[in-house]
Design a protein around this ligand. Structure first.
Ligand SMILES: Nc1ncnc2c1ncn2[C@@H]1O[C@H](COP(=O)(O)OP(=O)(O)OP(=O)(O)O)[C@@H](O)[C@H]1O
Length: 312
């Protein structure tokens, strides 16, 4: 199969491509960059193991050397859904792409631990085989490669990694049909070339179909809600929810709370100038919706004033 037109992480599998349990104990969420961490003792903690830990991550555009990420800290546990919101250009997509090993970016310092292993030492295809999936804001079109071939090869690469039997064309058909039905996608999608001449909404559904077929352990969904009409948003959200497992996690990048009404996150993070500057629960998205980023800043100022003198 010619996969030359595919993005490296998207075709990586082809080349080789919440449930939650709340406890009322303190939950440390990072607020404001590398030097300051604030504890929110009122937030619930989730009992799952840490699946992804990003520490002081800094990254630049490989070609220009422009620094984009300036010390991102993020901890995600199994069973959790996290949302990252933030102004245009704050680095949300760059963070997502650094996680999957996009070649346009170079990590200059910090670490990312995924299921206890150093994620940054893995090639993009190894990350994908290990269960990391990213849906792209603008999924690429791959004329000449059918969706069914692409999905089956990707699914088999992942199954091989998991020690499962690979699926032949007929078995794969039986495997994928219920997934198509769950996404309210026509079986015709299988015969079409990957994303070629798909509408924006069809591309987004197709991304979730890939996630569904790959049964990823962590799904990084970059603006999966953009361009979707309200019914499509519900379908996609239902599919994302149905794919959650106790030992998997979801990281969503979005600008709008409407997605979070359907796929409800345990934590919402605000990104600005390459850092997560504020984290909290769903109320953070409410503040954003009602008062914009100025509302978040004013909340931060209020909380800083309440901090005991000398607290870090
Ligand atoms: N490959 C690249 N080459 C040059 N500049 C880049 C590249 N990727 C990202 N940038 C720049 O880095 C900054 C962050 O971009 P990024 O796409 O991560 O932002 P974002 O928070 O996802 O924005 P949006 O909400 O608009 O999608 C922007 O100024 C962007 O122009």
């Amino acid at each position: 199969m010619n996969t030359s037109g595919l993005h490296s992480s998207q075709c990586s599998l082809v080349r080789g491509a919440p449930f939650w349990r709340p406890l009322r104990t303190p939950y440390a969420l990072h607020i404001s960059s590398r030097c300051r961490t604030q504890r929110f003792d009122t937030l619930p903690i989730y009992a799952g193991e840490v699946i992804l830990e990003v520490k002081d991550l800094e990254a630049k555009v490989a070609e220009s050397g422009q620094t984009i990420l300036r010390g991102v800290n993020l901890t995600i546990r199994e069973g959790e859904t996290h949302a990252i919101m933030g102004t245009n250009g704050s680095g949300k997509s760059t963070l997502s792409k650094c996680l999957v090993g996009h070649p346009d970016y170079e990590v200059t310092s910090g670490s990312v631990t995924y299921k206890g292993q150093d994620l940054l030492s893995l090639a993009p295809e190894e990350r994908a085989r290990a269960g990391l999936f990213m849906s792209f804001q603008s999924p690429v079109e791959v004329p000449g490669v059918s969706n069914s071939d692409f999905l089956r090869l990707a699914a088999n690469a992942r199954r091989k990694q998991l020690g499962q039997e690979e699926l032949g064309p007929l078995e794969f058909y039986g495997y994928v049909m219920p997934k198509l039905a769950a996404l309210k996608m026509s079986p015709d999608f299988l015969n079409r070339d990957v994303n070629a001449n798909f509408s924006g909404g069809e591309k987004k559904r197709n991304e979730i179909l890939q996630l569904s077929v790959l049964e990823a352990d962590i799904a990084v969904l970059d603006e999966i809600d953009s361009g979707l009409d309200i019914d499509a948003l519900r379908d996609v959200a239902d599919a994302v929810n149905s794919l959650k497992r106790p030992n998997s996690a979801t990281l969503m990048v979005t600008h709008y709370k409407r997605l979070l009404n359907y796929v409800v996150p345990e934590a919402v993070h605000i990104m600005e100038a390459g850092r997560i500057i504020y984290s909290g629960g769903l109320e953070v998205a409410d503040i954003l919706e009602s008062d914009g980023y100025e509302g978040i800043k004013s909340r931060m100022r209020e909380e800083a004033e309440k901090q005991p003198v000398g607290a870090t």
